[in-house]
Design a protein. Structure first.
Length: 165
């Protein structure tokens, strides 16, 4: 039963010097209709007795077939909403890899995206801020609040002590 407690996930932005490997969400894995075809980092839920780093290594391997060993924690995002299923703690990692073709995934479609083009893609709104921090190799800790329709109402970055939205 999901009662509004935060659930933890680990996500990884896989990158080369010029590109990110992202997943374009498929219809069957979306909480709401407008997230279909959004581009997101690769990852998933943290299992019992697993660290965020162990989870991201496992999830990347399961979803892409790619083994990472150099995952670097860049930040943490908390998401709060009135919807019981949409309250998350997100551990955001970055891993440098050589460009390779991932295996097929039932959760969506993998695409290599030029870093400068990520701002033109449909992504969750807060993800654009996350990519800014990652591009600047800057740590972050963000709290977000969403409304009943999962529209981002506010975002606050704790390390810089500034409102993002």
């Amino acid at each position: 039963m999901i009662d509004g407690r935060k659930r933890a996930v680990s996500l990884c932005i896989l990158q080369t010097d010029k590109e990110y490997l992202l997943i374009r969400r498929g219809k069957e894995k979306c909480e709401k209709e407008d997230c279909v075809d959004q581009y997101i980092p690769i990852g998933g839920k943290i299992e019992a007795f697993e660290t965020p780093e162990e989870a991201v290594i496992r999830e990347v391997k399961e979803e892409t077939g790619i083994t990472i060993e150099n995952a670097k924690l860049m930040g943490v995002v908390t998401e709060t909403s009135p919807l019981p299923k949409y309250n998350w703690i997100l551990y955001i990692f970055v891993a440098n890899i050589n460009k390779q073709t991932p295996i097929q995934c039932r959760e969506g479609y993998f695409e290599w995206v030029l870093k400068e083009h990520v701002i033109t893609l449909p992504t969750p709104e807060i993800d654009q801020k996350i990519y800014e921090y990652v591009n600047n190799n800057q740590k972050f800790m963000i709290h977000t609040v969403y409304d009943q329709e999962l529209v981002l109402k506010s975002a606050y970055e704790y390390l810089e002590e500034r409102v993002l939205k």
